[in-house]
Write a protein that binds this ligand. Structure first.
Ligand code: ADP
Ligand code: GN1
Ligand code: MG
Length: 368
């Protein structure tokens, strides 16, 4: 359905050279809908990535697109200095619609009101949903660290907050409490253990905001969604190539990005795995993520922040688990699910990882 709409009502507005051949759903994101489109161009074909933007989540699409344009322009200037021939694979390139509706709008508002954008396809690279190789984890983490380091001198006005209070973990806790109280579908009775886990760990929710309030952690431009499948790795060399999924690039703490890398790169199984006995953090993977991110981010991570790296992993994993649990209680309206109970399973893996990180905190802290 959406693929047909893409072909008839979206793609023609982007004026991409060649003839649209077909498109298929692509990637495993929970929010937007991503499609890979193939074009015939008389020269072996060309591919583009189209995305329907979830405007229930990103309520100000033009502001988000302005952020992305500023961020990609800035990063492009830097990667062009280092590797001019490969720069188009090291930063996302938006393909604007033929008619731009206003300054900074690189997205299309289709006839049914839906928002769409297009990117050049980055070839010879892929994303991984889970990692088990420390070298790859090091490279992925370093790529995210370098990304925020490159944005440290962005300049100009503060970026728009595309989702306000996105990593405000105390607010995420309060939102969960409210969801439990509302319990519109009567699901709370089935998740008493998970709710009790959150109550026991409530104090953890404040850890990063306390660091910020105490001046130990300061604001910079961060990605805020540093799951491992948001960095493309080169097929030939295995190096981290390009940070993608830039919808949440906005002011934040470097520790948010480190924490979300820990959440996904040290998780040995799929986010919705049901066998929780498999959820145990691997110290070598953790050390690789820490080394990579710290090397990449450089001075952006202050000395006091470096003392709280494991804490960041625990907080952001806890936060994500609370978000999945709240969404389960509220009827799965935020994170896309492919089967009933999937958000609950996702919440459970997050809480199991928090447990593992907490049990092994001392060992991990000394490991990099
Ligand atoms: P989502 O919000 O759905 O996570 P992403 O922007 O992360 O959207 O894209 C989903 C997947 O599509 C990525 O994990 C990646 O594999 C692939 N992808 C996205 N953009 C590109 C691109 N420009 N070139 C090649 N693959 C891409
Ligand atoms: C969502 O869009 P995607 O799948 O990359 C979510 C992240 C969560 C993640 C959990 C805008 O990311 O915050 O950490 O799912 N993105 C948004 O897998 O809420
Ligand atoms: Mg993604």
């Amino acid at each position: 359905m959406s693929v047909d709409f893409l072909e008839t009502s979206v793609a023609p507005h982007f004026g991409i050279e060649g003839e649209f051949a077909r498109a298929e759903p692509f990637g495993s994101g929970h929010i937007n809908s991503t499609y890979l489109a193939h074009y015939r161009d008389g020269n072996g074909g060309a591919r583009y990535v189209y995305q329907r933007i979830n405007d229930a989540v990103f309520t100000d699409v033009p502001a988000m697109m302005q952020n992305i344009a500023r961020v990609t322009d800035h990063v492009r200037r830097k990667v062009e200095l280092g590797d001019p021939d490969d720069a188009h694979r090291r930063v996302l390139t938006l393909v604007p619609p033929i008619v731009r509706t206003d300054a900074g709008y690189d997205a299309l508002r289709a006839e049914d009101g839906s928002w769409w954008r297009a990117y050049r396809f980055i070839d010879g690279a892929r994303t991984y949903d889970t990692l088990d190789d420390p070298e790859r984890a090091y490279r992925a983490a370093k790529t995210f660290g370098c990304f925020i380091e490159m944005l440290a001198d962005l300049g100009g006005e503060r970026l728009h907050e595309t989702i306000p209070a996105f990593h405000d973990t105390p607010k995420r806790y309060a939102d969960l409490v409210a969801a439990v109280e509302r319990d519109p579908l009567g699901r709370a009775a089935g998740v008493r253990d998970e709710i009790a886990f959150c109550e026991r760990n409530a104090a953890l929710a404040n850890a990063l905001e306390d660091l910020r309030a105490g001046g130990a952690s300061r604001e910079c431009v961060t990605h805020n969604d540093t799951k491992v499948n948001n960095v493309m790795m080169d097929d030939l060399t295995g190096e981290g190539l390009c940070v993608i999924d830039l919808d949440t690039v906005m002011p934040g703490l470097a520790l948010y990005d480190f924490g979300d890398m820990v959440r996904t790169a040290t998780m040995p199984v799929a986010e919705d795995e049901r066998d929780l006995s498999l959820v145990e953090v691997d110290a070598a993977m953790y050390a690789a993520v820490a080394r990579g991110f710290v090397e990449g981010a450089g001075a952006l991570l202050g000395p006091q922040e470096r003392e709280h790296l494991v804490t960041a992993g625990r907080v952001i994993t806890f936060e994500c688990g609370m978000r999945f649990l709240a969404d389960h209680l509220l009827g799965d309206t935020y994170f896309r699910i492919h089967r009933p109970g999937q958000n609950l399973d996702r919440a459970r893996t997050q809480f199991a990882l928090v447990d593992s990180l907490t049990r092994r905190e001392e060992e991990l802290h000394t490991s990099p």
